[in-house]
Write a protein that binds this ligand. Structure first.
Ligand SMILES: *Cc1c(COP(=O)(O)O)cnc(C)c1O
Length: 384
C-alpha cells in the first residue's frame, strides 16, 4: 500500500519539496490531546522537530505549549502565536542573549542543565530585577534503547545534571535568590518505541521524588520530555502513534502528590508521519553489480539516513510496474549521500516521482544549502 498523493499536481511543482498531509497532522493532534487530557497531562510541542510556520500555527490551534531549545525557536514560537506562559526552554548551551530573551518574555520555565547555567540565569535575572522559574534537567541514567546519536539520558551524554550531583545543586539553590525552583525535567532520547524505557524513567522519578521529600521539597511541575517513537516502516497502516499506551505508562507508574502537574514534550510523534519528501528521479544507473536510482533530493533535504542510519519508507508514486532492487541515492558529491540500499521498488525510469515517507520530523528543519542548493519548498494537502 502506498500513501495518498495528488500526483498530477506534484508533476507541476519544482522538486524536491516537502509535502505535509494536514489531515494526518490534525488527526494526530486530536488524539494526542484527548489522550493527554484524560489524565490532565500538559503538552509542549518540541519545536525543533519542525518549525515550518504553518505547522507551528496548526499545532497552536490545538492549545499546546512549546518546548524550545534555542532563542530562534522561542522567536518562531512567539511569532506563531504560542503563549509565552506555555514556553519551556531547554538546551545544554543557552547563550546569554537567549536567556535574556526568555526572561524578557517571562516564559513559563527554563530547564536548566548545569550549575554554571543556574548561576548565569540567576545573574541575568538579577540584572533585570526578575525571578526566573526553573526546572532542573536531571540525567536519570535510563537507557532509551535507541540509536546512540539520539540517546540523551546516560552519564556519557552531555545533557542534564547528574543524579549524583542533585543534592549539591539543591544545597546551592537557596543562594541563587533570583531563581525559583518549580520543577524537574527529563528527556532520555528520541525514537523510543520500547515503552519499558519510559517505565524505568517513572521508577527513577519516584526515587528522586523520595529524595526531595526527605528535604521537604514538593515540586509542582514534572516534565518527562519527549522521545516517543513513530512507525517508520508502516506510515500508511500506522500513521498515529499509540499515545494511549504511552500516557498510560506514566499514569500507572508515577506516584503523584496533590497539586503536581505532569508535562510532556512530544516532537517527532506529532509531526513525523504527516510529512514526505517528494523527489524526482534524475537517472537510473546500471552499475556492474547494482542499480542506482539517482534522485534530485539528497542529504541536503533529508539528512536522517546519513546522520542516524535512519530507515525511511520510500515509494515510487508514479509506477506500478514489477519490483526491482535499487540503491536510492542523492546528487550530492559525498559517498554517504544515500537514502537506502537494496530497496525493492516499482521499476523506475527517469522522471518518476518518489515519496520518502515519515519525513515530517527532523526533515525540513535540518535542510542545508551545501553544494549551493536551494532550501526545499513546502506544500500542504489542504492548500495545494
Ligand atoms: C528533542 C527534544 C524533545 C523532543 O523529542 P522527540 O523525540 O522529537 O519527541 C523533547 N524535549 C527535549 C528537551 C528535546 O531536546
Amino acid at each position: 500500500m502506498k500513501g495518498n498523493f495528488p500526483v498530477e499536481k506534484f508533476r507541476t511543482l519544482e522538486t524536491p519539496f516537502y509535502y505535509y498531509d494536514v489531515d494526518v497532522l490534525r488527526k494526530t493532534l486530536n488524539i494526542v490531546k484527548s489522550e493527554a487530557e484524560k489524565y490532565n497531562f500538559h503538552l509542549h510541542y518540541a519545536t525543533k522537530a519542525n518549525t515550518n510556520p504553518r505547522i507551528l500555527s496548526i499545532i497552536r490551534e490545538y492549545g499546546l505549549g512549546v518546548d524550545c531549545v534555542s532563542g530562534g525557536e522561542i522567536k518562531a514560537a512567539l511569532k506563531a502565536g504560542f503563549s509565552r506562559d506555555k514556553i519551556v526552554f531547554a538546551g545544554v548551551g543557552k547563550a546569554d542573549w537567549e536567556i535574556n530573551l526568555g526572561l524578557d518574555n517571562d516564559i513559563f520555565c527554563f530547564n536548566a542543565e548545569s550549575v554554571e547555567e543556574l548561576q548565569v540565569i540567576n545573574e541575568l535575572a538579577w540584572h533585570k530585577g526578575k525571578i526566573a522559574s526553573i526546572a532542573l534537567r536531571i540525567n536519570p541514567e535510563v537507557n532509551a534503547h535507541t540509536h546512540r546519536h539520539i540517546t540523551t539520558g546516560l552519564q556519557e551524554n552531555k545533557f542534564g545534571i547528574n543524579l549524583s550531583q542533585l543534592e549539591e545543586v539543591l544545597d546551592l539553590l537557596p543562594t541563587l535568590s533570583n531563581l525559583k525552583l518549580i520543577g524537574i525535567h527529563f528527556h532520555i532520547g528520541s525514537q523510543i518505541t520500547d515503552l519499558t524505557s519510559f517505565k524505568a524513567l517513572c521508577a527513577r522519578f519516584n526515587d528522586i521524588q523520595e529524595l526531595l521529600f526527605r528535604r521537604h521539597i514538593i515540586l509542582k511541575h514534572l516534565n518527562f520530555g519527549g522521545g516517543f517513537g513513530i512507525d517508520y516502516e508502516h506510515p500508511n497502516h500506522n500513521a498515529i502513534p499509540d499515545f494511549k499506551s504511552y500516557f498510560e505508562i506514566f499514569h500507572k507508574h508515577i506516584k503523584l502528590q496533590a497539586g503536581q502537574q505532569v508535562h510532556f514534550e512530544p516532537g517527532r510523534s506529532i509531526v513525523g508521519q504527516c510529512g514526505s519528501l517528494v523527489s524526482k528521479v534524475l537517472y537510473v544507473k546500471e552499475g556492474t553489480s547494482k542499480k542506482f536510482v539517482i534522485l534530485d533530493a539528497g542529504f541536503t533535504e533529508l539528512i536522517r539516513p546519513v546522520l542516524y542510519s535512519a530507515y525511511h519508507k520510500i515509494e515510487n508514486i508514479t509506477s506500478d510496474e514489477t519490483l526491482e532492487t535499487y540503491d536510492v541515492v542523492g546528487p550530492i558529491c559525498e559517498s554517504s549521500d544515500c537514502f537506502a540500499k537494496a530497496r525493492d521498488l516499482n521499476r523506475t525510469k527517469r522522471g518518476d516521482l518518489y515519496a520518502i515517507r515519515s519525513a515530517g520530523a527532523y526533515g525540513e528543519v535540518m535542510a542545508s544549502q551545501y553544494n549551493c542548493r536551494k532550501l526545499p519548498e513546502a506544500y500542504f494537502s489542504d492548500l495545494i
